[in-house]
Design a protein around this ligand. Sequence first.
Ligand SMILES: NC(=O)c1ccc[n+]([C@@H]2O[C@H](COP(=O)([O-])OP(=O)(O)OC[C@H]3O[C@@H](n4cnc5c(N)ncnc54)[C@H](O)[C@@H]3O)[C@@H](O)[C@H]2O)c1
Ligand SMILES: [Fe+2]
Length: 386
Amino acid sequence: MAFEFSTTPKIVYAQPLADVLKSHCDKLALTSLCIVTDQQILSLGLLDPVIESLHRASIKVTVFAETESDPSVKTVKQAAEFLLANNVGFVVGIGGGSAMDVAKVASILAAPNCHQTLEQLFGIEQVKGLRLPLVLVPTTAGTGSEVTPISIITTGETTKAGIVSNSLLPDIAILDPALTLGLPPSITAATGIDAMVHAIEAYTSKIKKNPLSDHLSCNALKLLSNNIRMAVHDGKNLNARGEMLLGSMLAGQAFANAPVGGVHALAYPLGGTFHIPHGLSNALMLPHVMRFNLPYAKDMYAELAQLICPELDCKLLSVDKAETLVRYLQKLISELGLPARLREVGITQDSLANLAKQAMLQQRLLVNNPVEITEEDALMLYQQAF
Ligand SMILES: NC(=O)c1ccc[n+]([C@@H]2O[C@H](COP(=O)([O-])OP(=O)(O)OC[C@H]3O[C@@H](n4cnc5c(N)ncnc54)[C@H](O)[C@@H]3O)[C@@H](O)[C@H]2O)c1
Ligand SMILES: [Fe+2]
């Protein structure tokens, strides 16, 4: 079976962030860098020790902290203008998927040889030319954006679009579990479920599933399901935080090469139209899309059930093991304190038809689902989730 696999060339785990950044500056013969992040992370003081340590090492640090959740075209352009105005030669994205996605695209737009506009980058492999040196540091576990060739940008009032290019893979991903210790329980839960969905959807990805992505998905799912409760209920547990960060990165490597499908396709319109956080949107749609897929994906779901469902009877038929997995995930979502119904998060019944229409625009994702989802099916799935 032929396949391709790409990932971030260097991954650094639990080493002092400032030391890694300083040595990359030395390698590039640079004495300055720009951190792209958001106000929340800045005001929590998470970056203070890193910035102080870099200043002591005579590295000049500028900070762009205007990133918002589900970042907009306007924010990406502002970030790129900031990098150009400050003559930045090295970009460090620190934050959740939102800040990392802005850093990725801005590092392309602010490169000296870039002749493209942001609008020309959308789609698959549209990026021409080189980006600025880029390091990504996730503070949620999470999107896995530190190892994906993807940036998701909000393009209108209700629409999001993706830029997919290997140029978006950073030079280094730095995983520092200590940065995630203060992540509030609800965000830990939602982002953790997002990572689990990445692993599940990569494992069932219709076209590009391969032995490497399978291996990564399985290990990611085990790490995530073994640690998500601890990370949510005892956020200061460094070991659980570290395992979550590792799991979300492995899931990111899996879905970067075996893309996600129906759950994400139906989740995106909830984020676009109702500004439901990405992880929560996935949690809301997960059980319904899995039950819809079950007749076509039962053997794969059964394999995953064997990995994570405690005391699963190995004599059960695949279809029953698969159903056990769906029930296990439904119970997990409720134990983590996440809402289970669209009506609980402010979505109105009269908007479901429009959501189904929007979901059909996500063909990039829908083609990876184990079975076709039509607009009619999507409406039925939203009604079930309502
Ligand atoms: N590039 C990709 O491959 C990829 C994949 C999936 C999703 N996404 C995109 O990523 C975005 C979602 O990213 P996300 O789920 O990581 O959320 P996020 O980056 O929007 O962050 C959510 C909230 O958590 C806060 N936060 C982050 N880290 C924190 C910390 N350590 N302590 C306290 N607060 C912290 C942020 O300030 C923000 O308020 C969406 O735009 C989504 O579309 C990208
Ligand atoms: Fe996701």
